[in-house]
Design a protein around this ligand. Sequence first.
Ligand code: F6R
Length: 587
Amino acid sequence: MCGIFGIINDNNNQAATSVLEGLKKLEYRGYDSWGISIISETEIKIDKHIGKIGEAKTNLPVGLIALGHTRWATHGGVTDNNAHPHLDCTKKIAVIHNGIVENYQGIKEDLLKKGHQFISETDTEVIAHLIEEKSKLKKINEAIFETFKLLRGSNAIAVLDFKTQTIIACRNGSPLVVGLGNNQYFLASDVPAFLKETNKVYFLNDGEAVVLSNSGVKLFDIETEKEKKLIPQVLDWKLEDAEKGGYPHFLIKEIYEQIKTISKTTSINEKEISELARKINSGYKIVLTGCGTASYCALAARYFFAQQGVDAQAIPSYEFMPFSKFIDKKTLVFAISQSGETADTLIAVKEAKKRGAEIVAVINARGSTLERLADIVLSVGAGPEIAVVSTKAFTTQLSTLYLLTTAVANKYEEGKNKINRLGKVLTKWLDVQSINRLISLAKRLMDEEHMYLIGKHLNYPATLEFALKIKETSYIHAEPFAAGELKHGVITLIQKGTPCFVLASNDEIKEEVLSSAAEIKARGGLIIGVAPFESSDFDVLIKTPDLGDLTIFPNIIVGQLLGYYLGVGRGADPDKPRNLAKSVTVK
Ligand code: F6R
């Protein structure tokens, strides 16, 4: 939530423009307003606007040092004044912030008594004034560290200081990464902002601060205020990973990338998978957790474990607490997350850790808080996922967990072959004809306001994920149900012409699913089959490849694509759906 990007020593003396370009790459983190501050000759100058950055330009003067922000509002409405950066009274300190300062009211009251003037309703502005107050007696670094220690909640702050011509940033809970370029230094909440310039990075840990200056980057421990050694790492990410590469949107690019990313999971994590399979076979309990799409991945993985005779619990992270008492030292808690920064997931993981569980992080982004908390990391290797809506992270997480279930049953090689075949089949299946069929279906459904979906067993979590893609990307109400639930109440919703998706595989329960479809059809519903077989119950069929238990992958991809085409057709921004942020770092 909220994107941070700062530059020291911009190569072209156009730091504000470079920050603006970098912020465009981070817009998925928040997009209700944006702002940039730059050190000019005499003072800090600021440019702030509500709305998406889109094709925005900035009129800020030239300069070497700038710091900017894209906002996802928490405290204070979406106004120019509430957009970051926020200045102190002297206009020599600019602050941007990711997180929530839980105790800002009390701090603000004290500062008001001391005569500070506030122009926004945000919690962030108190940070600028508190630093100003403290810097009257202390060096700027010390003033910032002391201020940061007083803030309650999960926060990352970045400060542009006119006097020392530095950017100083502190982290506790919200991500920050430093990029070490060729005589240029970057601070960002995510790597894509500066990947064009460097892949040499340092991910800050909680409790660490950095000072970026003309002469380089220094790392500090905030508590002791002592300098630490900064050991950078070189990422194997390529520039293309963070660019649209000829596609109109990141979402459609990332949907297509699954052709490669799913198969790639067969060549990574081998050691970790075999260690985990051994633990599971020695009697460890399994709990799978995550939020949103990741929680549907947890549920689908539960069905895959059950296929191999292994019991696993799937608990959404925000509902974890009542069940945490069942967790002990012999529990493996699989925390599934694209970002590794989702607050609810981290809270569940910390609780599980307290109870002695071993934490397995199933993650995509690197250097996250979850990665640090984990005992074992299954990094799913999908590369940067820029669209807010999760696609390739989900399918790589699920294929990684699928591989683990096969390893538990001593069928890892077979599992790998099946996943590799899935990759190949997807490449053929996603041809022009299939896409045109989906586009015509999207055109037919464009004006619908309600849709329903049914699926049974493995296709049940698939309907949850399919429906979420439709809702997020097109804003159409799409409600998923287990097929068996239908006659227990839900069937009242069906009217003449109501679109109902029926997700199915060529398995022993397909007849049961088709009976449910027939019940909907008898009430006038328009039955859209998403399945690898034909049936007279389907009014429309989106035929998916027959891949046995892996058929749910293409079934879900139909939902991703349909959501995308419906969203585009209805004028929504598929990369940045309204009200959403890519990583939800608040409770
Ligand atoms: C849906 C989506 C969200 C995330 C959820 C968890 O498309 O992206 O539901 O899956 O917010 O995020 P991560 O995976 O980063 O923990």
